[in-house]
Design a protein around this ligand. Structure first.
Ligand code: T3D
Length: 267
């Protein structure tokens, strides 16, 4: 796996791939290079059997501040009166969202400090979120007359319900880490001085789990977000046919019967 990125730091340890967005001087705002690099590393991680859990985080005082508004302003200025077609540019974000959602392994967003705009929504696209108690989630789009993008229109109402999603998207107020935990926007909020250790423990636990079953769980959950009960019940049967034939399932049952902890290999 390539590790020499301009705006990402990559660490691989004990089957956990940690990706740190690294433009701290602008709170890790996305420019084109960082968007392309993140798309690339996520797609590579999806194919790499040695990676069994991915952690996405930010360096410095933020997870991320969304689209880099300076480069955005430069593009706008260069266009003069010609309307901008931003949907082309959004494909870069969509590549990241798809890579996270189709990744056959868990992806955790580890959020400390600000997660605003598209960065907030990339965090929401992850399978789970851990936040430090200094976290600030901001659906910042309406502050600058935009709508939530990078998948926010899909994930936000599904996580917090339609009424709260409307409020967060329209008023664009900050949500603290504790409030995010209460709303179900994050899975857990921990004190900042315990954040790194708690993130590592969370990721290591997932990386030691039955990775193939996790991939199937993810497929099931993804499908159920967009489907009816009958279709989900049928799909559940198809996926369980696969899960029941894995080595990790056999190991799990043996461990139970032998009254010991299972040692999952991820297949
Ligand atoms: O192009 C497309 O595809 C459209 C897609 C758009 C997707 C989006 O993400 S739209 C939303 C874009 N993001 C925002 O609107 C957030 C802008 N930033 C802020 O509102 C604030 O910076 C924060 C609330 C995030 C943090 O506030 P605060 O007071 O803690 O920090 P700060 O001083 O404002 O920011 C720290 C530095 O980061 C500062 O740099 P400086 O002045 O010290 O040199 C600030 O300019 C820079 N920064 C923060 N956010 C961005 C940014 N620079 C460029 N782009 C940013 N998004």
């Amino acid at each position: 796996m390539r590790t020499n990125f301009q705006h990402l730091l990559i660490q691989e340890d004990n089957h956990v791939l940690k990706i740190s967005m690294n433009r701290p001087e602008v709170y890790n705002a996305f420019n084109d290079t960082m968007l392309d690099e993140l798309g690339e590393v996520l797609e590579t991680a999806a194919q790499d059997a040695a990676v069994r859990c991915v952690v996405l985080t930010g360096t410095g005082r933020a997870f991320g501040s969304g689209q880099d508004l300076r480069s955005f302003a430069t593009i706008q200025a260069s266009r003069g009166d010609t309307p901008i077609k931003v949907s082309e540019h959004l494909r870069k974000y969509h590549r990241i969202v798809r890579a996270i959602r189709t990744m056959p392994k868990p992806v955790i967003a580890a959020v400390q400090g600000v997660a605003a705009g598209a960065s907030c929504n990339i965090a929401l696209a992850c399978d789970m979120r851990i936040a430090a108690d200094n976290a600030r989630f901001i659906e910042a789009f309406a502050r600058i007359g935009l709508i939530p993008d990078a998948g926010g229109g899909f994930f936000l109402p599904r996580l917090v319900g339609i009424g709260k999603a409307m409020e967060l998207a329209m008023l664009a107020d900050e949500v603290s880490g504790q409030e995010a935990e209460r709303l179900g926007l994050v899975n857990r909020c921990v004190p900042l001085d315990e954040f790194e250790e708690a993130t590592e423990a969370f990721a290591q636990r997932l990386a030691a789990g039955p990775t193939r079953a996790y991939a199937l769980i993810k497929e099931l959950m993804n499908q159920s977000l967009e489907s009816d009960l009958e279709t989900t019940l049928r799909f559940e049967g198809e996926l369980q046919d696969i899960a029941i034939n894995t080595a990790d399932h056999r190991e799990g049952v043996s461990a139970f019967l032998e009254k010991r902890h299972p040692h999952y290999q991820g297949n």
